[in-house]
Design a protein around this ligand. Structure first.
Ligand code: IPE
Ligand code: MG
Length: 238
């Protein structure tokens, strides 16, 4: 969800106003996804690198996140959407971490749709945490390194076994990079680059991305004759 700062700057507004409008866009896209057959939607809200921003901006982002979770609670419960978070939740300010955890618990029983929020997330941090988790499982005798394959190792990633690899990754604001987002899980993801700044990314833009995805041919290393493109089950936005 990139481009909040530029959106604000172009209007002579403070960056935080861009983030505020970005939250509105996030709410709209959560609802737009709810009107499709997407089962998983991931929003990259805050990266491990984002702590390097000015303290006032980080604090404002945390406050916005806190209110976003509060405001979305009703929607998630009413629409039976499960919330999952990927990232180091423990390192977030206590009220944000607490609200996140309680909403995860409250919605844990829903199975049809999942909203994943990447919060204090970074792919490399995730890999290190997974290696730590895998090694401790080896020490406990639960895992055997000789038996290690992708299936077993990937169970130690934040996405674990219940969040599938993304079919479609949308990046807004014209940037052409993955920025430490789901680097392992995106091995075969289709990538859609939108020039639109995140606060202006609406239902229509979202639909365009999905239409574009449908025109892609996914091969997973096979030949074109062996495969045909399925509809997207998951979309991730950064
Ligand atoms: C993305 O918008 C929002 C977050 C990282 C939370 P930016 O703040 O990165 O916007 P630009 O890139 O400065 O325009
Ligand atoms: Mg940016």
């Amino acid at each position: 969800m990139d481009g909040n700062g530029r959106w604000a700057r172009r209007r002579g507004l403070p960056r935080i106003e861009g983030h505020r409008r970005g939250i509105n866009a996030a709410r709209e896209i959560v609802r737009a996804a709810g009107d499709t057959d997407l089962r998983f939607l991931t929003l990259f809200a805050f990266s491990v690198e984002n702590w390097q921003r000015p303290e006032s901006e980080v604090n404002a982002l945390m406050e916005l996140l806190y209110h976003f979770l509060e405001e979305e609670r009703h929607y998630l419960l009413e629409n039976r959407v499960r919330l999952r978070c990927i990232g180091r939740i423990d390192e977030l300010p206590a009220p944000v971490a607490k609200r996140t955890r309680s909403l995860i618990d409250e919605t844990a029983g829903f199975t049809e749709r999942t909203l994943v929020i990447a919060l204090n997330y970074g792919s490399r941090t995730e890999v290190l945490d997974a290696v730590r988790s895998y090694c401790s499982a080896v020490i406990k005798g639960v895992e055997d390194p000789d038996q290690c394959d992708w299936e077993r190792f990937s169970n130690h990633l934040y996405t674990s076994h219940d969040i599938p690899d993304p079919d479609l990754i949308i990046r807004t604001s014209g940037e052409c990079r993955l920025s430490n987002f789901l680097l392992l899980q995106s091995a075969y993801s289709e990538i859609y680059l939108s020039p639109v700044l995140w606060p202006d990314f609406d239902r229509e833009e979202f639909q365009k991305a999905i239409e574009c995805y449908k025109s892609r041919e996914r091969r997973f290393g096979k030949t074109g004759e062996q495969v045909s493109a399925p509809l997207p089950a998951t979309a991730q936005i950064l």
